[in-house]
Write a protein that binds this ligand. Structure first.
Ligand code: ME8
Length: 514
């Protein structure tokens, strides 16, 4: 198994500030990156911003700013949000950076040398919110006018001289590649969508430029100074420019191919069709996996900046806390499905899962340590007196490996909660308050140590998902180091054999009264 793990998020458009949808992909990517680090992998977690194109140019004009000044003013709102949400990215790439611009130009030249591009007249439609070209055959003709088949917003009709990338002849190869699983497209519904698209459409060569007379905010083509690069063609290349293509061969060899591209289902086609074809033509390896997750919706519409129906993550985090927000997004819906964001559902998860299940287990266990043993971990309980929870606690890591390999964050969290709830039940069954009245305290000690071991396992396994909570719980247990620095290989049952001192603090999740 390779020791490196390279994962990416989309590069977000900077036409407006980030919303819940963007935070969703980055929180999922962060949980995965942290999980892989705990598995002992060296991780490159890449995120960033997509700064060129008509949509950003238009937004900058509306803001009365130059495109460069405008993008510089928006990028910090992404970086600040990622910091607030504990997103542990290793690299943040902006498509306006020199390292990226040079790679895009190198790709243009390579395609030109190989005879893979040609100039022709483009006659069709363009959707600025989606930054997508549409042909006459693909658009929706409704009484409101000619609409984008993806977002149902009005299209611009365009007629311009552009460069095209020959992709049509790769259709059969791509279908075979997707079918064989050589490039995994997940979940399965999305794989079927890609295959369905390829079966039902003749792949048209991809337009990769815009005339400068129409759009100046883009990377100039080294093949034609009258053209800039089409924003999608520009943006996709970030995944190789960030890891050194083409000049830093060592870096590129180390990280490429990417292990997973995390994207929303809205941009599946760009990643699962155009991108692998470009890689093939450049003689580069394909992504190992593309995972297209679902959408957070409001009413029946996708939450999006241009529809103006977005929820501000900072506002929610201000009231519920970062980890509750992370937990909710990852637990509430399976990663491939759509979900409705509601504060009622978040409050319910907060009170039920976090305050009652996890919070109470920690609070009750630590209170009993204080009450019966003066805040110390009871001593004299040997490791081999395995109680009923040990097997489940140790088995948890294997289940997590299994579910995280499928990016099933929700089920991974459900497995952790199975252990937490099993431990809560164990308290009821073993009635420690009665055991405390017996002359022989060994049975009580065993129960408490067992519970502390479970809390340690919970903190350890929760650390990719809820890093601050895991740290706080770890500290309350009197543990040293940090869960994020303790590889999963050290599963650690028996950590409390030598006793120790707990540091009980305020409840982790005080209930929210409605
Ligand atoms: O498409 N629910 O950028 P973008 C879930 N720049 N996820 C959502 C979401 C929602 N309602 N709304 C957005 C672009 N997302 C291009 C990408 S990549 C080389 C270029 C997330 O700012 C989701 O990951 O429109 C989606 O794919 C992405 O944001 C789109 O971000």
């Amino acid at each position: 198994m390779p020791d490196k793990y390279y994962l990416t998020t989309p590069l977000y458009y900077v036409n407006a500030k980030p919303h819940i949808g963007h935070s969703y992909t980055n929180i999922a990517a962060d949980a995965l990156a942290r999980f892989k680090r705990l598995q002992g992998k060296e991780v490159l977690f890449l995120t960033g911003t997509d700064e060129h194109g008509q949509k950003v140019e238009r937004a900058s004009r509306e803001a009365g700013m130059s495109p460069g000044g405008f993008t510089d003013s928006i990028v910090p709102s992404f970086k600040d949000l990622w910091q607030r949400l504990s997103i542990s990215y290793d690299d943040f790439i902006r498509t306006t950076e020199k390292r990226h611009v040079e790679t895009v130009k190198a790709v243009w030249l390579r395609l030109h040398e190989k005879g893979e591009i040609y100039k022709d007249r483009y006659s069709g439609y363009y959707c600025t919110p989606c930054e997508t070209f549409w042909t006459e055959r693909q658009v929706l003709t409704e009484k409101e006018g000619i609409l984008c088949p993806d977002c149902r917003r009005p299209l611009d009709q365009i007629e311009e001289e552009n460069f095209f990338f020959r992709i049509s002849r790769h259709q059969k190869w791509l279908m075979d590649t997707v079918r064989s699983g050589e490039m995994l497209v997940l979940p399965e519904t999305r794989q079927n969508e890609v295959l369905g698209f390829l079966e039902n459409n003749v792949l048209q060569d991809l337009c990769i430029s815009r005339p400068k007379s129409r759009l100046s905010w883009g990377i100039e083509s080294p093949v034609s100074p009258e053209h800039v690069t089409y924003v999608w063609f520009d943006a996709l290349i970030n995944y190789i420019s960030a890891c050194g293509y083409p000049d830093d061969e060592n870096k590129f060899r180390k990280w490429w191919p990417v292990d997973v591209h995390l994207v929303g289902k809205d941009i599946l086609r760009h990643h699962a069709i155009y991108w692998p074809i470009l890689l093939k033509v450049l003689d580069l390896k394909l992504p190992r996996m593309i995972f297209a997750h679902g959408w957070w919706v409001q009413g029946r519409e996708k939450m999006s900046k241009s529809r103006g129906n977005v929820v501000d993550p900072l506002e929610i985090v201000g009231r519920f806390g970062v980890d509750a927000y992370r937990y909710f997004l990852l637990r509430e819906i399976p990663f491939g499905s759509d979900g409705v964001f509601s504060e009622e559902a978040l409050t319910q998860r907060f009170n039920h899962d976090l305050a009652n299940d996890l919070g109470n287990l920690a609070h009750r266990t630590l209170t009993m340590c204080e009450k019966y043993f003066g805040g110390r971990v009871p001593e004299g309980v040997s490791l081999d007196c395995a109680g009923p929870l040990r097997r489940e606690a140790e088995g948890l890591f294997a289940s997590l490996d299994l579910y995280m390999a499928k990016l099933d964050f929700s089920q991974a969290l459900a497995e952790i909660w199975k252990l937490i709830n099993r431990a809560n039940k164990f308290i009821e069954e073993s009635t420690p308050w009665k055991l405390a009245k017996q002359a022989d305290l060994l049975p009580l000690k065993k129960v408490l140590v067992e519970l502390l071991e479970v809390l340690r396992t919970a903190a350890h396994s929760l650390s990719p998902f809820m890093p601050a909570t895991a740290e706080a719980l770890w500290t309350q247990l009197g543990m040293e180091a940090s869960p994020a620095q303790t590889p999963f290989a050290h599963r650690g049952w028996g950590s409390f054999q030598k006793g120790g001192k707990i540091q009980k603090a305020a409840p982790l999740f005080p209930r929210i009264e409605k």
